[in-house]
Design a protein. Structure first.
Lengths: 285, 315
């Protein structure tokens, strides 16, 4: 066997190895989703979505949980998007080479690795107690926004970096200021990439339980929130609560609630992906 | 860009409006209580309080009862700051926690609401274990047993020389606290080399699939998995007692049965909805406690708690 043959075999082998690695993840995911659907899909009906929590598994519903989750997601989104993008713009466009921004960069990467329960403790002290928000949706959203902020910042920076320099120079050449360049040229061009980061961030936020438990999100709330200052519960807490019950029927409820959570996540991602694609089509340099 | 932002904002607001729309309340009679009652604490007591709150909803639909699950310790922390009116507790209040309440001028009352039994279980294929004495449980579980008591024949002579595999709840749970105190003594803990899980389903699975397994957890989990497990009687010197509804509630299944509590503060005196809720709790606990898999007190004991509560209101 000559050298080139060996290399070709190696090439093929690595190719298959790569396919194998990719498939592992997919197969496990498919198995998981299949299993959950098998357990829970028959449990989902209108009553399940509109009923309040109950001790009787067959009567229990997730109204307050999914409504709470949507409140939390919307407010987290509203908080994290302006903050994250603004921070990204600053680090990428303005404070590029200063000592301060280097320090900020290191800290942001570190923050991305902090366990979520720690954010819960931070949120409990700052938002719940010092700022007096109580165990409200607002406090929960701020806590989750902090948690996913690094994801948005980092992806915004990457997206901004990807905008070709020629675009900026052309804009400057036409006499626009730095801000005008950013607002009218750079931001629109990088919007797709920024949205990708936001999608990842929100998907993570919607599944978090630990920080919300720490800031005092409840397990039993018999009313849907009517303002951001109301107490709340979210789907992951309800799921966790049901899974830890001894009765099998509650496990079925948990599976059904997981399906609803997946649907919420997929829908939100779908909306964001739709906007991103639509946006990217419009950009032709 | 602006247009897009507007579209996004529009979607957000519509989602908000839709979620608010779910908030319509049912038509209700007048002269009903209003207000909110905040409850927090043990996840062991949670199913009972949740069930009571659910029933209470039918009687007083305008009273907003909310329940959290911060754990007994977390609940008492909030209770000591007057953040909540009622604390769910799977153990009695500790001295330090009681001191906090005293410093903040919070009078409170402890009310037993149910019993919880800890079941000791082995695999159904285990033919040798007929019962265990408290001493034998201590031999198995005390911290000194770590890496020394590894075989069944070290527990009692005549049992096979098979490896002993232990399962139990993690050290953070109130169930663990209770078991270790009842079997090994105060502040000793247990051995650490056992399979620990906060998810009791995993313990059930572990014991059900391991012929040499032995473990403990709340009786409710045994009731739901009877066919997979073998319940072991415990001999405390006064005969072998199998945990049942009867032996747990009359206290003969000692030392592995415990009362579980709610703590209520003086909001009960000032606020009618809290008073009504606690009365409702004590008057309806007997049937509801059974529903969620726990063991009710006897009627006499419930009456005793009601009297206790009424006296608390008067003073």
């Amino acid at each position: 066997m000559n050298n080139s043959k060996v290399n070709r075999i190696k090439d093929k082998a690595f190719n298959y190895f790569g396919i194998f690695c990719t498939l592992i993840g997919l197969v496990i995911l498919a198995f998981f989703i299949g299993n959950i659907f098998y357990d829970g899909i028959t449990r989902i009906d209108w009553d399940f979505l509109t009923a309040l929590p109950s001790r009787k598994a067959e009567k229990a519903g997730i109204l307050t949980a999914w409504v709470g989750s949507i409140w939390i997601v919307v407010f987290t989104f509203l908080i994290v998007v302006p903050l994250g993008i603004a921070a990204g713009i600053y680090l990428e466009e303005y404070g590029k080479k200063s000592k301060l921004s280097e320090l900020l960069e290191v800290n942001i990467s570190n923050l991305a690795g902090v366990p979520s329960v720690i954010y819960g403790l931070l949120g409990l002290e700052i938002f719940v107690r010092v700022l007096g928000m109580g165990n409200s949706i607002l406090a929960g959203s701020f806590t989750l926004a902090l948690l996913v902020l690094p994801i948005v910042i980092v992806s915004s920076r990457e997206a901004l970096k990807a905008v070709p320099k020629s675009i900026r120079l052309a804009s400057f050449a036409l006499g626009s200021s730095k801000w005008q360049t950013i607002w009218h040229q750079v931001l629109p061009a990088s919007f797709g990439g920024i949205l990708t980061g936001v999608i990842l961030a929100i998907s993570r936020a919607v599944g978090e339980t630990a920080p919300l438990i720490v800031i005092g999100a409840l397990a039993y709330v018999p009313f849907t929130p009517s303002s951001p200052m109301d107490e709340f519960t979210v789907l992951p807490i309800q799921i966790f609560n049901w899974i830890s019950r001894p009765q099998h029927e509650f496990t079925v409820n948990a599976a059904a609630a997981i399906i609803v959570l997946l649907i919420i996540t997929f829908t939100m991602n779908g909306i964001a992906v739709y906007f991103r694609n639509k946006w990217q089509k419009k950009i032709n340099w | 860009m602006k247009k897009k932002i507007k579209t996004i904002l529009f979607i957000c607001t519509s989602v908000l409006i839709i979620s608010c729309a779910g908030n319509s309340e049912k038509a209700i009679k007048t002269d009903q209580l209003e207000g909110s009652i905040k409850i927090d604490g043990s996840s062991t007591v949670y199913p009972i309080t949740e069930a009571i709150a659910e029933e209470f909803r039918d009687v007083e639909p305008k009273v907003k009862v909310t329940i959290g699950v911060s754990g007994t310790g977390g609940g008492f922390k909030k209770f000591g700051r007057s953040e909540i009116a009622i604390a769910n507790a799977s153990r009695s209040i500790k001295d330090q926690e009681a001191k906090n309440c005293g410093e903040n001028n919070i009078p409170y009352l402890e009310l037993s609401v149910a019993y919880d039994g800890l079941a000791v279980l082995v695999n159904p294929e285990n033919t040798w274990v007929d019962f265990l004495t408290v001493e034998e449980l201590n031999t198995i579980w005390n911290p000194a047993a770590q890496n020394t008591i590894m075989y069944w024949d070290q527990v009692r002579e005549g049992w096979p020389h098979e490896e002993l595999h232990l399962f139990g709840p993690g050290t953070a749970s109130g169930t663990y606290d209770y078991f270790s105190e009842a079997i090994c003594g105060k502040k000793v803990g247990t051995r650490g080399d056992y399979t620990a899980s906060e998810d009791d389903h995993i313990l059930v699975q572990g014991i059900a699939t391991d012929k040499n397994g032995l473990g403990f957890f709340g009786l409710a989990y045994y009731e739901e998995n009877k066919e997979k497990l073998k319940l072991v009687g415990v001999d405390n010197g006064k005969g072998i007692i199998i945990p049942t509804m009867e032996t747990v509630s009359n206290g003969t299944y000692a030392p592995l049965s415990r009362p579980i509590f709610i703590y209520v503060n003086d909001a009960a005196k000032k606020r009618k909805e809290v008073k009504e809720f606690v009365s409702f709790y004590l008057n309806n606990a007997a049937s509801i406690v059974k529903d969620v898999g726990y063991i009710p007190l006897t009627n006499t004991e419930y009456n005793r708690e009601i009297t206790k509560f009424n006296n608390f209101l008067k003073n």
